[in-house]
Design a protein around this ligand. Structure first.
Ligand code: HXC
Ligand code: NAP
Length: 308
């Protein structure tokens, strides 16, 4: 399953891949059978890839976002591919009543909603001082407000109906480290991490679990257009990654499937990083020694041993 073709040749050079038939060996086809899963931003990118995987594994999937034409096309495509029902429902996550309507429609159609995947986001690179107040608000409203809006709607429904629901939030590695040039996204994702942990503590008594995935770079049209508008940006980004390649959608989709399945039943309030080592690769005090060549090490070793 590869929904987005990568232009970079970095992924092909200097990187090791294990030859794994991901879709065949990891899960049984009925892993998610009987579960109904709402995926915000499910019409494109990683939301689409997760929706495909959930549907392949037997779930009823409801995809929601602002653009009904894209949602309907994706729903048709995924349903044809997996044979399981995929429903499209239009909503802007910034608007609480629209999210509640999606929840109602999903319950009407499938009887119950078990899982909410908060994946919708807005983001673009910009020096912060160039942003208008409205630009800042727009990203925060989609990412932070959109996530707590939908989570609140689902949580009220689950608590009232005694359903042990599951929330999976998509954050970013910079939610915890902070980052320059996408500050509205960074502070919003940080809020989502805190929401994940806080509600896991508060709603655990209802059997509700909340976790988050923090992906490194996974090529999607939406992210690449807004964050890497020049091919050299992609090269610079991927060079930071110890595994020297971007993530593959199936890798993230399989992690998501595990986290929304009953097999992760004792994991809650956690953030699982899936970034090819990017976070540790850019954090270590001496990681820059990667640039030293073997012949230089011969010299340095002598100095360090006090022999020169
Ligand atoms: C500065 C910008 C801007 C830009 C928009 N604005 N783009 N300012 N630089 N590039 C400003 C506008 O001028 C306006 O402010 C305000 O933001 C709202 O813009 P609208 O176009 O009216 O908003 P809207 O139609 O709601 O679109 C939201 C959006 C858009 C966030 C701006 O990009 C979008 O729809 N994005 C959804 C998909 C997405 O972002 N995917 C990427 C996710 S990747 P003024 O003051 O002029 O009115 C991700 C993490 C990736 O999150 C990590 C990778 C490793
Ligand atoms: P994407 O394809 O652009 O996905 C964003 C989705 O959000 C779109 O489907 C969009 O659909 C939806 N959306 C935006 N505003 C919305 C709103 N107001 N209401 C409802 N839906 C809205 O980008 P992506 O790369 O797959 O990103 C998916 C998630 O992964 C995001 O949370 C992102 O932060 C996270 N992430 C991605 C990467 C990466 O490398 N790709 C890395 C780290 C984290 P509409 O336009 O139809 O509304």
């Amino acid at each position: 399953m590869r929904l987005f073709k990568l232009n970079s040749n970095i992924s092909k050079k200097n990187c090791y891949r294990h030859k794994i038939s991901y879709s065949k060996i990891m899960y049984k086809d009925d892993l998610l059978k009987g579960k109904t899963i709402i995926v915000t931003g499910g019409g494109t990118g990683l939301g689409k890839s997760m929706s495909l995987r959930f549907s392949e594994l037997g779930a009823n999937v409801v995809i929601t976002s602002r653009k009904l034409d894209i949602l309907s096309e994706t729903a048709k495509e995924l349903q044809a591919q997996t044979g399981n029902p995929v429903m499209a429902a239009q909503a802007d996550v910034r608007k609480p009543f629209e999210n509640e309507d999606v929840l109602k429609l999903a319950i009407e159609r499938f009887g119950q909603v078990d899982v909410l995947v908060n994946n919708a986001a807005g983001n673009f690179i910009s020096p912060t001082e160039r942003l208008s107040y409205r630009a800042f608000d727009t990203v925060v409203d989609i990412v932070l407000k959109g996530t707590y809006n939908f989570t609140l709607a689902a949580g009220k429904y689950w608590i009232e109906n005694k359903i042990p629901g599951i929330v999976l939030n998509t954050v970013t590695t910079y939610a915890t480290t902070g980052t320059a040039y996408v500050v509205p996204s960074a502070i919003s994702k940080a809020g989502v991490v805190n929401l994940t942990k806080s509600l896991a503590a508060e709603w655990g008594k209802y059997g509700i679990r909340l976790n988050a995935i923090a992906p490194g770079p996974f090529p999607t049209k939406g992210a690449w257009q807004r964050l890497l508008p020049d091919p050299k940006f992609e090269k610079m980004l991927l060079n930071r990654i110890p595994l020297k390649r971007p993530g593959e959608h199936i890798e993230l989709a399989n992690l998501a499937a595990f986290l929304v399945s009953d097999f992760s039943g004792y994991i809650t309030g956690d953030v699982i990083t899936i970034d090819g080592g990017e976070t540790v690769g850019t954090a270590g005090e001496f990681n820059w020694l990667d640039a030293i060549k073997p012949e230089e090490w011969d010299i340095y070793e002598k100095i360090v041993r006090g022999k020169e």
